[in-house]
Design a protein around this ligand. Structure first.
Ligand code: C6P
Length: 407
């Protein structure tokens, strides 16, 4: 295997990887749902609660200052990671879903009934439902970029959907159900040529691909911390300063105001305008540590190693025969969605769990993709840089056993 990753050293960073499940060593292949947490991130969480737990931006006391400094340092880490021009463009959220809803809610004051917005057939429900709600509210029309049999977007059809009325395009960078890496550079360029803004759902890309928001010239980019070795309940919305200034606040409350009287309230500047209430302080700090951890390994190394895992696992699974893989784009992250003819994915998932192997089964919150393939769901194995070839062997053997039992 690749020499770009010191796998033994990396695995030692993740305490959970040495546990057993149902009497077998854990083989965790559900990384697209949530990633595991390295010790440095766990330590940062413990340190926060043991030594400087306090509310931020509010107290003159030392603990509050320390917590505020650490939280703002994490914001700077995220700014640098995504190469945002300004720290003010980094809004802490509770995750991708929150980030998308924040933008969708803001666009209610931008769109009118004659406007059009464009989504893709490859989206997670989080990048569909908030926009449907927005369209119901504003009367705007939702158009859908179709997908192809290989699980890629039909970008010629996309160009035909774009019009002078298109105000916003929202597409994922990577499909959670299939692993397809979308050509977001082209999607963004074509949208901008029509004067439309673009939101990219980076939830599944960010753990594998380092996005440069300025190079992409993207208007909004959203991610979740828990898919990037950080804790749950924290994420980031990057937004171009002009757009964030233009959109109204998402929620009202403490921390997002400038002055409050019963006659009128004025709002704080960025990023606080979008951060009402006490945030997930510890989560934000730990997310920053997770980003540092990933960068220390290096995204080039992560991508190269995960690609080797993907190639190996694909070959081994296909060798079992009678198996269909959904999502066969040449540009894929390390995700394999598959089914055996006549066997329900849930049954495979349940049996291999008894052997210590964690995968996700079902529609993966992407029902339109399942409808396209006319299936109820798939078995989805999603790999990370801390997985090994030996784990893939155990997984393939377990799948083989399950298939024999269920045939
Ligand atoms: N996908 C999966 O197993 P949250 O829950 O807000 O952190 O992320 C939502 C989300 C949005 N977009 C994409 C592309 C996603 O993959 C997800 C989360 C997980 O595929 C859990 S459903």
């Amino acid at each position: 295997m690749s020499h770009t990753i010191d796998i033994e050293k990396i695995r030692a960073d993740f305490p959970i990887l040495s546990r057993k499940v149902n009497g077998h060593p854990l083989v965790y292949l559900d990384n697209a749902a949530t990633s595991q947490t390295p010790k440095v991130v766990i330590d940062a969480i413990v340190e926060y609660y043991e030594s400087y737990n306090a509310n931020i931006h509010r107290g003159v006391h030392s603990l509050s200052q320390e917590a505020t400094d650490a939280y703002e340092e994490a914001r700077e880490t995220l700014r640098a990671h995504f190469n945002a021009a300004k720290k003010e463009e980094i809004i802490f959220t509770s995750g991708t879903t929150h980030g998308i809803n924040l933008v969708a809610s803001g666009f209610a004051s931008v769109l009118t009934a004659k406007d059009e917005v464009i989504v893709s057939a490859l989206e997670h429900h989080s990048n569909i439902v908030p926009w449907q709600m927005l369209c119901e509210k504003t009367g705007a029309t939702l158009k859908v970029i179709p997908m192809t049999e290989s699980g890629e977007l039909d970008l010629e059809a996309y160009e035909e959907l774009l019009s002078e009325n298109t105000k916003l395009v929202f597409v994922n960078h990577v499909s959670n159900a299939l692993g397809t890496v979308n050509n977001i550079e082209k999607i963004i360029t074509k949208a901008h040529q029509k004067g439309a803004a673009v939101l990219i759902d980076g939830a599944q890309a960010a753990p594998h691909i380092k996005a440069d928001v300025q190079a992409l010239d993207v208007d909004f980019y959203v991610v979740s911390g828990h898919k990037m070795c950080g804790p749950t309940g924290v994420g980031v919305l990057y937004g171009k300063e002009d757009w964030l200034n233009k959109l109204p606040p998402y929620q009202g409350g403490g921390e997002m105001i400038d002055q409050v009287t019963f006659e009128k309230t004025t709002y704080a500047g960025l990023p606080h305008k979008f951060e009402a209430g006490t945030p997930n302080i510890c989560g934000g700090i730990a997310f920053g540590k997770a980003i540092d951890y990933l960068n220390e390994i290096g995204f080039d190394h992560i991508a190269a190693y995960e690609h080797e895992l993907l190639t190996y696992a694909t070959e081994q699974l296909l060798a079992l025969g009678d198996l269909k893989i959904y999502g066969t784009s040449s540009e894929k992250t390390a995700v394999i969605s598959f089914n055996f003819e006549g066997i329900h994915p849930y049954d495979i998932g349940t049996i291999i769990d008894k052997l210590g192997i964690a995968v996700r089964t079902g529609h993966h919150c992407a029902q339109p993709i399942m409808d396209f393939y006319k299936i109820p769901g798939t078995v989805r194995a999603s790999f990370s840089f801390y997985n090994t070839k030996e784990e893939i062997d155990a997984f393939v053997q377990a799948v083989k056993r399950a298939k024999i039992m269920l045939s």
